[in-house]
Write a protein that binds this ligand. Structure first.
Ligand code: F6P
Length: 311
């Protein structure tokens, strides 16, 4: 006979237990845990915004910050007192901010709330985090030691990698992130594709590549939210997301530091790949916070095929 709650928790692998069992170093796992907790606060903010859409008023009558800004504030405040972070680089800030005393081990990059314009449509949105040990700008070195993202959809999920596989957790009703899938592994080839940018602005080689996928029977899956679109490729174990170079914006739309590199880190840990068409996303040198890059990310066959078409 089980004994209620303790029996229930005994068999459950939650995020902390998983990171401990996976041998993630103690400071890194505490940091990842704290960021996962921030995901709960951000999701509460999203819920509040949705209540406003449904006609509820802010009970304090305050001016509300935009959801992106308030998510950034929540994250920055939490990291400031974490004891593990010396610098914070956010898509919502113009510069890298020094937090802590300067002697802390980590630098965190964040897209605190990606796809926030989708809130009113009730589609999923997300938070993307990169964790580095060394300076994130101008080094040309691979400085990332861990990455994670949270999706706020029908479920709140988080996927993290600290360099030993990619693992998915789901937030349960008791407020615990419970292991859903360990060591997610993409198939060599998938059957869905998620192409960003207006078709009429695509460059000829990219258009030919997409036409080849269409001819091969790939199904179109594009929500307009980078996090859920990447999550779909990962959880369905294959396929491709791309936001290419466009005629008017040769560097595409998505940010290298905040969006692409953390997702490339996770995708590679799941056996996938990520390229700008020539160079691996993780090998690209980040020279400025707002630097963008075209991207082809997903399972190996499609990413290699893209490289062939873009040669
Ligand atoms: O970077 C913001 C973002 O909303 C991503 O989440 C998404 O992948 C992309 O822009 C969508 O762009 P578009 O509206 O051009 O399809």
């Amino acid at each position: 006979m089980g004994d209620g709650i303790s029996d229930y928790t005994k068999n459950m692998v939650d995020l902390r237990r998983h990171m401990w069992m996976a041998g993630v170093e103690v400071e890194l796992r505490r940091l990842i845990w704290q960021i996962a907790v921030v995901g709960k606060y951000i999701s509460a903010k999203i819920h509040e915004a949705n209540r406003k859409l449904a006609g509820f008023k802010n009970i304090y009558g305050e001016d509300q910050l935009s959801l992106d800004r308030s998510s950034d504030e929540i994250l920055k405040n939490q990291l400031q007192f974490s004891g593990f972070v010396r610098e914070y680089a956010s898509e919502e800030q113009e510069k890298i901010i020094s937090i802590g005393t300067g002697s802390e081990k980590y630098i965190v990059t964040a897209d605190p709330l990606d796809g926030s314009s989708l809130v009113e449509t009730n589609l999923a949105i997300g938070t993307i985090i990169g964790i580095h040990k060394e300076s994130v700008l101008d080094t040309g070195k691979k400085t990332m030691v861990a990455a994670l993202y949270m999706t706020y959809g029908p479920l709140i999920t988080m996927v993290y990698s600290a360099g030993c596989g990619a693992h998915e957790f789901v937030l349960n009703r008791e407020g615990e992130y419970v292991l859903a899938q360990e060591n997610i592994l993409l198939k060599a080839k998938g059957s869905i594709f998620s192409p960003g940018g207006l078709r009429r602005e695509w460059l000829p080689d990219h258009l030919k590549f997409i036409e080849a996928l269409e001819k091969d029977g790939y199904k179109l899956r594009y929500s307009g939210g980078f996090v859920p679109d990447i999550n779909q490729v990962l959880i369905k174990k294959g396929g491709l997301f791309t936001y290419p170079a466009l005629q008017k914006s040769p560097q595409g739309k998505l940010r290298l530091l905040f969006e692409l590199q953390p997702m490339a880190f996770i995708m590679e840990q799941a056996g996938g790949r990520a390229t700008d068409g020539r160079t691996d996303i993780l090998s690209l040198k980040v020279e400025s916070l707002d630097q963008c890059s075209p991207v082809y990310i997903g399972s190996a066959a499609e990413v290699e095929m893209a490289k062939q078409y873009l040669k």
